[in-house]
Design a protein around this ligand. Sequence first.
Ligand code: MOS
Length: 748
Amino acid sequence: MNARLREVTPGLAGDAQIGRALDRVDGPLKVAGRAPYAYEFAGSGETAYGYVVGATVARGRIRRIDTSAAERAPGVVLVLTHENAPELAPFGPRVAKSRLSRPRPYLQGTQVRHWGDPVAFVVAESFEQARAAAFLVRVEYEVEKADLDTRVEPHRDEGFEGGGLPDSEIGDLDAACAAAAHVVDVTYTTPYQHHNAMEPHATLAAWDGERLTLHVAHQMLAEGRTSVADTLRMSKEQVRIVARYIGGGFGGKLTTECDAILSAVAARRLGRPVKTALSRQQTFHNCTHRNESVQRLRLAADADGRLTGIGHTSWQQTAWFDDHIEPTVTCTRALYAAANRSTRLRLVRLDLPMSDSMRAPGEAIGMLTLECAMDELAEKLGMDPLELRRRNDTDVHPEKGKPFSSRHLVECLDEGARRFGWDQRPRTPASRREGRSLIGYGMASAIRPNMLMASSASVHLDAGGRLVARQAMTDIGTGTYTILTQIAADALGLDPAAVRIEMGDTDFPKASGSGGSVGAASAGNALHRACLDVRRQLLDLAAGDAHSALFGVDAGARSSARFAGGWIEAAGRREELVRLLARQAAAGVDGQGRIEPGDVSQDYDQQTFGAHFAEVAVDADTGEIRLRRMLGVFAAGRILNPKTARSQALGGLVWGIGSALTEETFVDARSGAYVNRDLAEYHIPVHADAPEVEAIFLEEHDDIVNALGAKGIGELGICGAGAAVANAVYNASGVRIREFPLTLDKVL
Ligand code: MOS
């Protein structure tokens, strides 16, 4: 029996700032409208406004383009097309060395790659004038037949040219299935999805001589800078990317899009700043999306529910000109023990826009199907689905053979079951009725890899004891400003109000940015090290200062010194920070910090874990599904801020509801256009869809992952969340739907 882990509770951290539920430090600015987003910056000089004109065919060539009417329209100052655009670096081969920093050229020829592909860019004195003129651009196409067979058929196997994960084949899955007491062999499909961040993509581009500054909504500034510089054939030093505040990302702002490149090109041509906002509709076609997937799951188990085989093959669409693949089978490789295993990713190339990462790419939709298949297996076994998970827990990564740095899956399952009242679940599907409603419970495991990306930071402690930290980091609304404040405050014993975090600027030291749930640990540990650099210098100054109470303290005492409440304590003596600074460092102290993935042990596999529980009501007459309540319990290293962590986990749970019940982009098989491209028709769960949703974290201590003991939590909440909802729908209705999202027409 595993020991119970305590719940992380805010406010028990003594005088430490890490672990406190500190309110967002940027909250007051945001609610007062004083946190500027990309589109809200003013250019110096007369800013002009750009509007993207997208192709209206899925595949073909521009035969003729007539911009004369647009050019004569009021306020128009420039219409760019392939006929007058500057030559940019080519997009390059289908497989990019680095996806996020590859060149993103536009208006480079007559070829149309997908519906919405930019064919012209209209710039005018106002946004409204540019938009009005955009509709006057006349384009004639030579239309070619497009491949839009969106229901990716498993028989199509076009492989991929690297960039993805190699297959894993361990033991003999076919033999395991043939010999097993129970086998599940099922195929699930998940739909096209779009990120739909609150803030659509936008850019302000301004040139100062040969130097370009872009205010742009972007999650990863270093990659963005390389992408822009390479596209425009400039050096990276000539490009500055600024993204102080970002209104959500979800992976949709990992890439550099046409708003940034075309604004830069037009601003250079015009010699004035150019601002471009994509409409909500344009973000569907001109930014990335999540692909549809077809996933075959094979599970073989003995009579006691021990897995003997796990198979997972995922087919996904990708744009014909770009091999992008979600690592859909990654979690399947790590979650449960089984001797025989086979996991594969396959691509099918279609005439649709480029895809890229979205909200736990691969893990989210891979866990959606794996954890539903596990529910199907539990049913065959006549076993509690939670017990099935517990029985297949493992101490080592089943495919890599490495131990986990920490793994508390079973603790999350048990704690969740206790809190949720899992023992009250209907044992038989479609057996509990309340009026017209059928009531069901479902559960699923959660898992997601923990990663680290190279990051650096610089800090300056001034003579007044105030710290300014700088990193080319981003806060996409997740609380990065806040947790970095807490990390710096603790390292130097400062009040959070004495710490100012400056980020979102490539003029600052390079940091991870926000993606893959790496931000907190990566940027946080770099900042921590920069603060330790300052500590070391302060202690050296004190030890060498005859006027300091710490004069002469030895290296041992210095390394165990305590910084708290504005004082430095070592060897039982103490000195006030500002007095030391006044005597020894009137100009302040500068520190630098850097962390690389290789700085932490590679002998362990690192994952975060959790458990999801859901209760739904299904209307027996109409098939309408309503979530009643949902709980996520997670163990994910040291929780830097319980408040911002809970918010992120709740977001993950809500996206889980969306993946199970509501989110789906439809492709028009005639035109290649996404047809439901706004928030009225692309259904994201709202408060009314998520009546009682709770997330808790268990206290997990992991000294292996990094000095802060922090793991990435951003994307864990969605992994498995949708499966818990879907399994609850089955438990309620007795109808097993394998085509997501589960809508009422499929229940009936
Ligand atoms: Mo995330 S999908 O890596 O922004």
